[in-house]
Design a protein around this ligand. Structure first.
Ligand SMILES: Cc1ncc(COP(=O)(O)O)c(C=O)c1O
Length: 383
């Protein structure tokens, strides 16, 4: 385990976010907690129990190996849904263990039925509709064949869901595309209904759609980023802010990322810090070396750009971020010692560094910054 930095996961912030989302969707809509990408960097082993305590009992992942990670820590009463990849061997494992999965091509549909017959357990399917995102999903013209296959094998399948995914509900730029997708989805739903097939859950909305297009909140929503306390975009935040008159429009960041000062040294005027010549001290300065670099998820593009908090003050990264370290300018901050706390993301005294500011500085999205946090940074759940 890499202990040069550590991550704290706030239980109370997580609880707050789930409450906020549940208030929006209402009590009759199921919430699936999207925990792919190691729960967006938060750690599946931390988030799944917290979600279950908050009465969330459905989890969505991308692949079978991620599903196994959830399976190993979830209550047997919780449901797990794979939204993307699984190979034939994993298909058998999924069906045997009651794991739900997306079906977006005829091959997977027929294989699922074949394996379900062998295993003697029905496959729990979510039929994904192609409505305009063009990633995965059945084309509308395949519906007669899908419906016929499903009807012919009704004892071997459970029609758990009819789903789709929106192509950027977080930006008003995509408004017409999203509206068109909603209409396309409704056509799929009507087709199934006309042919007497009803999914247990109609679900289309991720965080952004849940927060901004109320018509996309159907029987279930698949919420990732918002449960971790991040707005999918500033537009989404402004939309909620206006609707709820600000005071109720808060999501709370669940993650903090911290390290400690490793050593301190002085650099003479005219000398360079780190590799190359990107930073030259223009007077005698004092720097602290922090044992976090790009191998630990702190982007190299934050060289001479990033900020961290030490002793309640914001300090700048100087020189290049290396694989395992960064240097920060301590010149104006007295009484810093090796071992002092460094906040990379989070709060220290009255100051705060958000993942968003951190991401904007390094041209990454929140999503990307979080997903890139290495799995070997220890994570602790705190109150
Ligand atoms: C199919 C699907 N549903 C839901 C989500 C959750 O999205 P968000 O994190 O924006 O809530 C994702 C994430 O990319 C996804 O791919």
């Amino acid at each position: 385990m890499d202990k040069t930095s550590y991550i704290e996961i706030s239980k109370s912030a997580y609880r707050h976010n789930i409450k906020y989302i549940k208030k929006i969707i209402g009590k009759d809509v199921r919430l699936t907690s999207v925990v792919k990408g190691n729960a967006y960097g938060h750690g599946v082993e931390n988030i799944v129990p917290l979600a279950e305590k908050a009465k969330v009992n459905h989890f969505a992942v991308f692949s079978a190996s991620e599903a196994l990670d959830v399976f190993n820590v979830a209550s047997p009463k919780s449901d797990i849904m794979i939204m993307g990849y699984l190979n034939d061997d994993q298909l058998a494992w999924a069906i045997e263990n009651g794991i739900e999965f997306y079906v977006f091509d005829l091959d997977r549909l027929s294989k699922s039925i074949e394996i379900a017959k062998k295993v003697g357990k029905p496959a729990r399917l979510h039929i994904e509709a192609e409505t305009g995102f063009h990633r995965t999903g059945f084309e509308y013209n395949l519906l007669p064949e899908i419906v016929a296959t499903m009807k012919d094998n009704s004892e071997h399948i459970v029609f758990e869901g009819l789903c789709t995914h929106y192509a950027g509900a977080e930006s008003v730029n995509n408004y017409y595309r999203i509206i068109k997708q909603i209409q396309e989805y409704r056509q799929f739903a009507r087709y199934f209904s006309r042919h007497g097939l009803k999914p247990n859950y109609r679900h289309t909305a991720g965080s952004a759609a849940t927060l901004t297009y109320s018509q996309t909140i159907m029987d279930m929503v698949r919420v990732g980023i918002a449960q971790y306390g991040f707005w999918p975009s500033q537009e989404t935040y402004i939309y909620q802010f206006k609707r709820n008159h600000a005071k109720d429009s808060d999501l709370k960041r669940v993650i903090s990322w911290k390290s400690r000062v490793m050593t301190i040294k002085e650099v003479d005027s005219g000398d360079f810090v780190g590799y190359g010549t990107s930073y030259m001290a223009n007077k005698k300065i004092k720097i602290a070396i922090i044992p976090v670099g790009y191998a630990n998820g702190f982007s190299r593009s934050l060289s001479n750009m990033g900020r961290v908090l030490i002793r309640g003050r914001r300090v700048s990264v100087v020189g290049t971020v290396t694989m395992n370290t960064m240097s920060v300018n301590l010149t104006d901050i007295p009484n810093v010692h090796p071992g002092d706390e460094v906040v990379i993301v989070g709060k220290q005294k009255r100051l705060n560094i958000s993942v968003a500011s951190f991401s904007e500085m390094s041209n990454q999205l929140n999503y990307q910054t979080l997903a890139r946090l290495p799995g070997n940074i220890p994570r602790y759940v705190v109150a």
